[in-house]
Design a protein around this ligand. Structure first.
Ligand code: C2E
Ligand code: CA
Ligand code: CA
Ligand code: CA
Length: 283
């Protein structure tokens, strides 16, 4: 029994070792990719459900990796956050997506009110120079704050308490819009939510995907409740992960303002996003 225990722990050590090495390799590649600006920003339309028009895009980072193909952000964002590399990466994404929107606004008619939504990591959120960095990017890309929406998660806001409220107030003073991302997956205090200077709740995909599932009768009710809550608080709703016509019809009937998901479009590169702007499909 003793010998077996030992070999088990050796196997464990070995796989731990492999895991640590893989993480280190990934971290090195990530660092290198940031230096080389080897990332791409993809854009997923956010659609106004009342008329099927594109109200804006969410910027989503992509990492084309030499050996491994496209690496999903779900795989490298957590590592980027642990290592602090998210700071450089996050500012690059913000700059690049603002530059792109600014270019569309200059060249394409009817894009004046388009809004770029950009994810802001909790690590970036607590950087002491947050407001100055954001202001500088807006200046450099000649974009108005009213064209930008920053997405933060509930837990980032709740953890940072009053200092979060003050930061959000300062962003709001720049006319930047604020969205709570993945709403419903974290913990929110109703009282706190009520006092935050936010514009939008994004309902997490997990709730939207359960809406039309006959096995889960609560799915519809949860989404309906979140929509009512948002409207009570004077907030807009974006439903994430809209994948089919049934979900769309139910969301419309609930008075949900915006939808995002594969039903409309997957996240696409800037060229394909521009094509969606010039020839918007009849959604
Ligand atoms: P998120 O902010 O919740 O972004 C939405 C994710 O859902 C995206 O995954 C998008 O491709 C995916 N999605 C959209 N519609 C559908 C749908 O209809 N069905 C399904 N199954 N999925 C859908 P993605 O691009 O892989 O990004 C994953 C997460 O990585 C994001 O989740 C966000 O938390 C993080 N992320 C991505 N880009 C950035 C970034 O630039 N900065 C930071 N801090 N985080 C980022
Ligand atoms: Ca997001
Ligand atoms: Ca989200
Ligand atoms: Ca999500």
């Amino acid at each position: 029994a003793k010998a077996r225990g030992k070999s088990c722990s050796q196997i464990f050590d070995k796989s731990m070792h492999a895991h640590v090495m893989a993480q280190l390799q990934l971290e090195n590649d990530l660092r290198q990719a940031i230096n080389d600006r080897a990332f791409q920003v993809y854009y997923q339309p956010i659609v106004a459900l009342k008329n099927g028009q594109i109200s804006g895009f969410e910027a989503l980072v992509r990492w084309p990796h030499a050996e491994r193909g496209m690496i999903s952000p779900a795989e490298f964002i957590p590592l980027a956050e642990e290592t602090g590399l998210i700071i450089a990466l996050g500012w690059w994404v913000l700059h690049e997506s603002c530059r792109q929107l600014s270019s569309w606004k200059k060249r394409l008619p009817h894009t004046r009110d388009l809004i770029m939504s950009v994810n802001l990591s909790g690590v970036q959120f607590v950087q002491p120079n947050l407001i100055e960095r954001v202001e500088r990017i807006l200046r450099e890309t000649e974009l108005s704050g009213s064209n930008l929406k920053l997405e933060i998660t509930e837990s980032v806001v709740m953890i940072n308490g009053e200092s979060a409220v003050s930061l959000l107030d300062q962003l709001k003073a720049l006319e930047i819009k604020l969205a709570i991302d993945d709403f419903g997956t974290g913990y929110s205090s109703f009282g706190r939510l009520h006092r935050l200077p936010i514009h939008t709740l994004k309902i997490d995909r997990s709730f939207v995907s359960r809406m039309d599932d006959p096995q889960s009768s609560e799915g519809w009710g949860i989404v309906k409740t979140i929509v009512s809550l948002a409207h009570y608080l004077g907030l807009d709703i974006v439903a994430e992960g809209v994948e089919n016509q049934e979900q769309l019809a139910q969301l419309k009937a609930m008075g949900c303002e915006y939808g995002q998901g594969y039903f409309f479009s997957r996240p696409v590169d800037a060229i394909a996003a521009e094509a969606l702007l010039t020839h918007t499909p009849h959604w």
